[in-house]
Design a protein around this ligand. Structure first.
Ligand SMILES: *[C@@H]1O[C@H](CO)[C@@H](O)[C@H](O)[C@H]1NC(C)=O
Ligand SMILES: *[C@@H]1O[C@H](CO)[C@@H](O)[C@H](O)[C@H]1NC(C)=O
Length: 402
């Protein structure tokens, strides 16, 4: 072959490869516009990660015998959610003998269990309702160490209630924005009515995709009449909304899928319109803060994010914090003005990161940027324990005294 022939065949090979890549990319984008594929991409509910283990045997995930009670909660539209009630370890120790003697596994009547009575009948008991992120089940990944961190501050008092949304794990149905909101409302309703825990003894904790559910239900409950506001709302690694999230999302932190299209605003806008579940946390956080300020309700919102989070960049937290602060004041405040204020008044914790707290007459809005912790490892860190304790203490100063 002459040099010219080699060049020609190389050129041909390149054009064919390029054509294949373009077709594949277009197919991928096309698939992403269908709601079933979108739902799998946003919620990852088919990715269970606990495939070969039985959720009804929580001991296999590192819990003590009967420390966890698996049960289910009915949702108003007929779906059934799979849930875990987790006892804190010091409370377990006090009742170890009787707990060990109870039968194991899934219970259809939770009111018959000792663990449930320990929650319902103790006027000092606290409850963290846990809203997990995309993918997996109640038992996967860093969720188990997360539960320990949530109750570590007061291991005789802080119970954890966690569940799988519709379409996840053993829960029925398939996920959607209104569906997940109904699910969270059903779980909150169970906690308040069946377990009898008032909002002042409940913290709503969420990570990643769960933060959107958290903000949506917190907003809904805070704006109803009479309003319901919890002791605390804690968001770890949240995002502004799905459109902003996908526009910055990179597979494995490196391969951009949608962001190249951001250079073509027309196509990009069109694609954004096709997103079914928008999860606009920035709008909901604004209404949540406004309702509380208007109703003179005490509130405490904590947003935590690690700087080295490659899944959701911590810029999302800075934007949400800004939206929340802006909603708490009547005068305007630009993003840059707030960043300037942070330079003056944030607490620099060196290698641990930084904290910016914004106080109003009614509430506290707190941004914690940790230097490390990635997207989910942070859930087991003591910053999580501290955020829970601060929330319960702010709601009732006596809590940390006894
Ligand atoms: C939940 O729903 C199932 C069937 O859909 C029913 O058998 C069960 O009694 C319900 N549980 C409660 C507590 O209402
Ligand atoms: C809040 O969230 C809900 C559900 O995610 C959504 O329908 C609504 O548009 C959002 N925005 C506001 C301002 O409520």
């Amino acid at each position: 072959m002459t040099a010219r022939e080699i060049a020609a065949s190389a050129f041909e090979w390149l054009s064919v490869s390029l054509a294949v890549v373009v077709v594949l990319y277009a197919t991928l984008l096309g698939l992403l516009t269908t709601s079933t594929v979108q739902s799998h991409v946003v919620y990852l509910h088919a990715v269970q990660m606990t495939w070969f283990k039985d959720l009804n045997v929580p001991e296999t995930f590192g819990f003590l015998k009967n420390q966890v009670t698996p049960f289910s909660i009915n949702v108003s539209d007929g779906e059934r959610l799979y849930a875990w009630h987790i006892l804190p370890v010091e409370l377990y120790r006090k009742h170890e003998q009787s707990l060990v003697e109870e039968s194991e596994g899934f219970v259809s009547d939770i009111s018959s269990r000792i663990s449930f009575r320990l929650l319902r009948d103790d006027p000092d008991a606290r409850l963290v309702i846990h809203l997990h992120g995309a993918g997996g089940t109640v038992a996967s990944g860093y969720r188990v160490p997360n539960y320990r961190a949530l109750s570590a501050g007061h291991p005789a008092k802080i119970h954890v209630l966690t569940f799988d949304y519709r379409g996840f794990g053993r829960s029925t149905g398939s996920p959607s924005e209104p569906g997940l909101i109904l699910d969270a409302l059903a779980v909150i309703d169970w906690a308040m009515k069946v377990a009898g825990i008032p909002a002042s003894r409940i913290v709503l904790f969420a990570q990643s995709m769960g933060t959107a559910v958290n903000i949506a239900v917190s907003k809904k409950l805070a704006s109803q009449d009479p309003p319901v506001v919890f002791a605390g709302t804690i968001l770890v690694a949240p995002f502004v909304d799905v459109a902003t999230l996908v526009s910055t999302y990179r597979v494995a932190g490196t391969i951009p899928i949608i962001s190249p299209l951001a250079r073509f605003p027309f196509i990009f806008k069109h694609l954004q319109r096709l997103i079914r579940d928008k999860w606009s946390s920035k709008d909901n956080i604004t209404s949540y803060i406004r309702s509380n300020e208007l109703n003179h309700k005490k509130y405490r919102l904590t947003i935590i994010h690690a700087e080295d989070d490659w899944d959701i960049p911590c810029h999302h937290t800075q934007l949400l914090f800004w939206h929340a602060v802006k909603a708490s004041i009547n005068t305007g405040l630009s993003y840059d003005e707030l960043e300037q204020k942070k330079l003056d008044s944030k607490t620099d914790l060196g290698a641990a990161g930084s904290i910016m707290e914004w106080r109003t007459d009614h509430g506290v809005i707190r941004e914690e940027i940790s230097k490390t912790g990635l997207h989910d490892v942070i859930m087991g860190y003591p910053v999580i324990t501290m955020a829970v304790m601060r929330s319960f203490e702010a709601a009732d100063a006596l809590f940390t005294l006894n």
